[in-house]
Design a protein around this ligand. Structure first.
Ligand code: NAP
Length: 249
């Protein structure tokens, strides 16, 4: 199981309770990843070939990709490695968020388009996109940025940035308080879907703030579900085993 999201952790709990023999994989982006109730490994596999070799060396029979919808490289690698290794793959993918009455969303295709969508005049921007894609926003130093990160950053590319260290899931009331305290005028977010990160959008709606929402990247076609129960049913229908097989890496 490829993880790294709130929803992946919820799925891991269900897999553990069902005694499904599974390994949880983290990329290793955070200093202290949440402990999982499954055997856990950390770090990249080394591209498609590395993943294929790892799957075969560990006698993996099924792959569940529960990575973030914006983890496009990992998800594409999983598709190609599973084809190469003749393994069944299911993506556990949150449904994209849809605008509701009162939302002031502007949809953009990618990070560059999100930078271009910001106003020219100095604004106060909640940049809710994690730490990996901040550099393009350095081209707009007139804005005061608010960042929310899991770990304290060491080398931020933005000069005018206030950083809050926190790990989701978040609440609407907490996010309203945060946005008001910062005097936020704009929220920039990825259309991640799911409940864990939705609070900021609900808070923005309640406060009448503009949201620049980045569309999901394109990922090769694969079987997908957004329901935990369907992951379990898929594993059962594909003959996944339970028990505590001893494994090593
Ligand atoms: P990415 O760009 O798609 O992946 C880059 C490389 O990181 C992959 O090619 C792979 O390295 C390694 N990798 C990614 N996920 C992995 C996993 N679960 N287990 C082992 N290796 C993994 O991914 P990303 O966007 O940097 O995301 C990294 C992690 O953060 C993912 O687990 C994702 O679920 C989580 N996350 C991402 C976002 C986001 O906005 N992108 C937000 C929240 C959480 P190799 O090629 O060497 O195998």
């Amino acid at each position: 199981m490829l993880g790294g999201t709130t929803e992946a952790s919820e799925l891991a709990q269900v897999l553990a309770e069902a005694q499904i023999d599974a390994i949880f994989s983290y990329a290793g982006r955070t200093f202290s990843p949440l402990p999982q109730p499954l055997l856990t490994r950390v770090g990249g596999f080394g591209g498609v070939a590395g993943l294929q070799a790892w799957l075969q060396a560990n006698s993996i029979t099924h792959v569940v990709d529960a990575t973030h919808p914006f983890a496009a490289q990992m998800s594409a690698n999983a598709v190609h490695a599973c084809v190469a290794a003749s393994l069944p793959l299911l993506a556990f993918e949150r449904e994209a968020w849809q605008a509701q009455s009162g939302d002031k969303w502007q949809h953009v295709a990618n990070i560059e388009a999100a930078v271009a969508a910001l106003p020219a005049e100095p604004s106060r921007v909640f940049l809710a996109i994690g730490k990996q894609n901040l550099l393009p926003f350095a081209r707009c130093p007139q804005h005061a940025y608010l960042l929310r990160l899991v770990d304290a950053p060491h080398d931020l590319p933005l000069s005018h940035a206030q950083v809050v260290i926190a790990r989701g899931p978040f609440t609407v009331s907490g996010d309203k308080t945060l946005l008001q305290a910062h005097g936020t005028t704009h929220v920039v977010a990825k259309n991640a879907g799911g409940s864990g990160a939705q609070a900021k959008l609900c808070a923005a709606r309640a406060l009448g703030l503009k949201v620049i929402l980045i569309d999901r990247p394109i990922i090769p076609t694969r079987n997908t579900t957004s329901k935990v129960a369907q992951v379990i049913a898929w594993l059962a229908s594909h003959g996944a085993g339970t028990g505590n097989t001893e494994r090593g890496e």
